[in-house]
Ligand binder design. Structure first.
Ligand code: B12
Length: 153
């Protein structure tokens, strides 16, 4: 008889290279863990290359990027371009979302969001995003990924 074991979905959580804020990451980690995700939190000021190497090594079901220092739209654009151009198709295709205070206050957040989606993010959340909507979008994205960890005899 074979048994099929489903596993918790894995989320790689990070901010961008310029951003030293950490409570946004702590908040998101707790929110995601409360919803049953297994979270790897890379912490503040993470270089693009390290995020991409972690995606390659961990094969997460989704990547969640948070930035609040106002540079998120610049760093995020550079990060997503590099990730989508990766030669490993599994890395290039991983679902990635970004959220937070992505531009400086006063800049049209929805325009920045549209630009970031055009660059390759699967979803973009502005600062006032409803956590319930974020949860629903993440669930839809990760549901498309294989849910089976393996089979045991
Ligand atoms: C604490 C703080 C700092 C601390 C950070 C310490 C630490 N270890 O985290 C220090 C002093 C280091 C700091 C530095 C700077 N800061 Co500061 N900081 C703050 C402050 C006061 C609180 C941030 C915080 O911890 N909030 C609590 C967390 C839980 O909430 P949050 O960050 O707002 O995140 C929420 C949402 O944005 C959302 N969210 C965030 N990410 C994501 C992602 C997804 C997917 C989703 C769905 C939602 C989501 O969910 C969170 C919970 O609601 C804010 C002002 C404020 N009141 O927000 C400024 C603020 C973020 N800082 C700001 C700035 C400009 C800076 C500096 C550039 C200042 C400077 N000139 O040096 C530097 C940047 C340094 C850098 N390299 O990044 C600005 C950013 C301006 C903007 N984006 O328009 C703010 C908004 C202050 C202001 N009003 O001008 N800062």
């Amino acid at each position: 008889m074979s048994r099929i074991r489903s596993r918790a979905k894995r989320v790689l959580l990070s901010t961008v290279s310029s951003d030293s804020h950490t409570w946004n990451l702590v908040f998101l980690q707790l929110l995601l863990e409360e919803r049953g995700y297994e979270v790897t939190n890379l912490g503040p000021c993470v270089p693009d290359a390290e995020i991409i190497e972690q995606v390659r090594a961990e094969r997460p079901d989704a990547v969640v990027i948070s930035s609040v220092n106002g540079h998120g739209h610049i760093d995020g654009r550079r990060l997503i371009r590099t990730l989508r151009e990766d030669s490993d198709p599994a890395v290039a295709a991983v679902p990635v979302m970004i959220g937070g205070k992505l531009g400086i206050q006063g800049v049209a957040q929805h325009q920045l969001a549209d630009e970031l989606v055009a660059e390759g993010f699967d979803a973009v959340f502005t600062d006032s995003a409803d956590p319930a909507e974020f949860g629903a979008v993440l669930q839809r994205m990760t549901a498309r990924r294989p849910a089976i960890a393996g089979t045991a005899a």
